[in-house]
Design a protein around this ligand. Structure first.
Ligand code: UD1
Ligand code: CA
Length: 455
């Protein structure tokens, strides 16, 4: 590789203020772990090696990230950010520049990182800085005649240094061939008795290496997550960015502040999304799809010009073109609706295929069923697919008409063009084209009187 690059992601810290058993970097932002966002920004820089330094929470971090081409370094105990990078050394290439990122700073963008990497490739030590109204708690950038001389931590800073508003974001790029030597010279004689990565700046200055402080980031890009409150604030930022992305792609949002995307939402042209919708996992909306208010759509595909009406919920469902779903429909995993199908209010479907133009409009449960085309399933129809131990399929042929309040006791087959009389309990196969019903005869008791209240 012509420009090898190491990326080291620091993720060993405890995250005490999250007050959680889950390691901080595994808390979710926009549906994905914090560290995943960082790794996505990292991978856009095409690194030759990426090493995640983990510690607090044991193996939970490597387990959550399994399957990616990552290297992992355990840091135990956690003796500071410099000590954390030391643990990564055996896993990275000493002959490459190294970019250090924080696993709990999720929204940093690759275009903000690229100039730091360029500076390090040019032989400089590059630090991403920010200028804040309130710099309390951060490491301060100490400059002399404009040049960065060192970084001083809050707890070690003099009152004059505490007045500095330019802070260290923690993100740093180190030139090739320097990291091992500088880390070997770090001490821990400071207020926290930690090995500070920030001391690399003074070492570089002592060695005559250029140090550049780049103040390039939007404030939200370098905001870390330390508490549930900060996580919630960054979630709003992430959702605002996602809403802007969708609108740039042509989506009309009733209110960009009232949509939540927790995964990846792919959209066609002329999509409309009303307020309060939540999209989770991988969701695809075709051209001209409209989604009514307060819908939850998870890992599903919706075909062109389909309407999802208010308060509908679906997971791992596939809906064809020009279909209508809801209001108040529930499509459970394995539901496949063909083009032009209609599923109405208080209808639940599971593991069922529904053919083109078929209608299930009111108060039904259809599970483990294969429903043909142009079928009409009347109100209150239920597939009895479960006998308490096993599940069975119901098959309904094209053009069948199922009368209201029918129970189809599976396994059972309804023929093409069959009609089932309302209120039937169907336990045996019903033939094509004819009427089948099971119903007690209606009778009238003449002379019957309503009971009267006693005494
Ligand atoms: C660090 C910087 C400070 C900067 C601030 C930005 C140092 C010495 N200080 O301070 O200049 O302004 O970040 O937020 O670098 N971590 C480990 N192992 C450790 C310690 C930390 O992996 O032993 C990881 C944490 O998980 C976190 C990151 O490093 O992702 C920063 O740790 P944190 O304790 O928040 O650093 P600060 O002391 O706030
Ligand atoms: Ca921090």
């Amino acid at each position: 590789m012509s420009h090898p690059l190491n990326i080291v992601v620091l993720a060993a810290g405890k995250g005490t203020r999250m007050r959680s058993e889950l390691p901080k970097v595994l808390h979710r932002l926009a549906g994905r772990p914090l560290v995943q966002h960082v790794l996505d920004a990292a991978s856009a820089l095409a690194p030759s090696a990426t090493c995640v330094v983990y510690g607090h929470g044991g193996d939970a971090v490597p387990q959550a990230l399994a399957g990616r081409t990552l290297r992992f370094a355990l840091q135990a105990p956690q003796l500071g950010t410099g000590h954390a990078v030391m643990q990564a050394l055996p896993h990275i290439d000493a002959g490459a520049a190294t970019l250090v990122l924080y696993g709990d700073v999720p929204l940093v963008r690759s275009q903000t990182l690229a100039p730091l990497v360029d500076a390090a490739r040019g032989g400089a030590l590059a630090v991403l800085t920010a200028t804040l109204e309130d710099s309390q708690g951060y490491g301060r950038i100490v400059r002399e005649d404009g040049a960065v001389r060192r970084i001083v931590e809050q707890k070690d800073a003099s009152p004059a240094e505490q007045a500095i508003r330019e802070i260290n974001t923690g993100i740093m790029a180190i030139p090739a061939g320097r990291l091992n030597g500088w880390l070997g010279r770090l001490g821990n004689q400071n207020a926290q008795q930690e090995y500070y990565l920030t001391d690399l700046v003074a070492l570089a200055v002592a060695d005559g290496v250029d140090v550049v402080g780049l103040d390039l980031a939007e404030p939200w890009e370098v905001t870390g997550v330390n508490s549930p409150r900060q996580l919630a604030e960054l979630e709003r930022v992430a959702q605002r960015l996602e809403a802007e992305r969708l609108m740039e792609a042509g989506v009309r949002l009733a209110d960009p502040a009232r949509i939540d995307v927790r995964g990846r939402l792919t959209v066609g042209r002329d999509v409309w999304i009303d307020v309060g919708c939540v999209f989770e996992g991988e969701v695809m909306l075709g051209d001209g799809v409209s989604v009514g208010p307060n819908c939850v759509i998870r890992d599903s595909r919706i075909g062109a010009a389909t309407r999802i009406e208010a308060m509908s919920w679906m997971e791992r469902a596939t809906v064809g073109a020009e279909a209508v779903v809801g209001p108040y429909a529930r499509l459970r995993p394995g539901t496949e609706l063909a083009d032009g199908a209609h599923v109405g209010n208080f209808v639940e479907l599971k593991n069922s295929q529904v053919g083109a133009g078929s209608k299930i409009n009111h108060l039904s449960y259809v599970g483990d069923a294969t429903v043909g085309a142009r079928v009409n399933i009347g109100a209150g129809t239920i597939t009895c697919n479960y006998d308490g131990a096993n599940k069975y399929r119901t098959t309904i042929g094209d053009d069948a008409f199922i009368g209201s309040d029918t129970q189809l006791v599976a396994p059972v087959k309804i023929g093409a063009g069959a009609t089932i009389g309302a209120g039937s309990t169907i336990t045996r196969d019903a033939p094509d084209e004819v009427l089948t019903l099971s119903r007690n005869k209606q009778y009238t008791v003449s002379g019957w009187k309503r009971p009267q209240k006693k005494g």
